[in-house]
Design a protein around this ligand. Structure first.
Ligand SMILES: [Zn+2]
Length: 133
């Protein structure tokens, strides 16, 4: 088993051992949703409180004759600037918390996160540009 495999498996095992208070799938689902909102909030605060990043959004201007492979270059993130160290730390912490609850949902449903990552990677490799997420 490669190092990356072990990291994902170790993480999933560790979070399962640490979860005591929110054992119910209902608590897990609502905590997962709350943690997603906290990730979004941390990103918004990087814009509205810190100001290290800005959002400059407008309609995507895509020529009608653009090819699929050109879309990646033509589509704008609407994001300007770079995360400062403080905002990066906060967002990473919230994302870690989000992954914690996702791992616990996987544990509760008997799903293996590493298998999910592999399946997703295989789908990306197979579909390439046609995987229009
Ligand atoms: Zn910042």
């Amino acid at each position: 088993m490669a190092m990356k495999d072990l990291l994902v498996e170790d993480f999933q095992d560790a979070v399962g051992e640490l979860l005591v208070r929110h054992k119910s799938i209902l608590d897990l689902l609502s905590k997962y949703q709350e943690s997603t909102a906290r990730v979004n909030r941390a990103i918004v605060k990087a814009v509205t409180t810190c100001g290290c990043i800005e959002i400059d959004a407008k309609k995507q201007n895509i020529p009608p004759d653009a090819t699929l492979s050109e879309l990646a270059e033509l589509m704008d993130t609407h994001l300007k600037g770079h995360l400062c160290d403080d905002c990066r730390d906060i967002i990473e912490k919230e994302m870690g918390n989000n992954i914690f609850y996702l791992a616990n949902i996987c544990n509760t449903l008997g799903l293996n996160m590493y298998d999910i990552l592999i399946k997703e990677k295989e789908e990306l490799d197979t579909l390439g540009y046609f995987n229009m997420k």
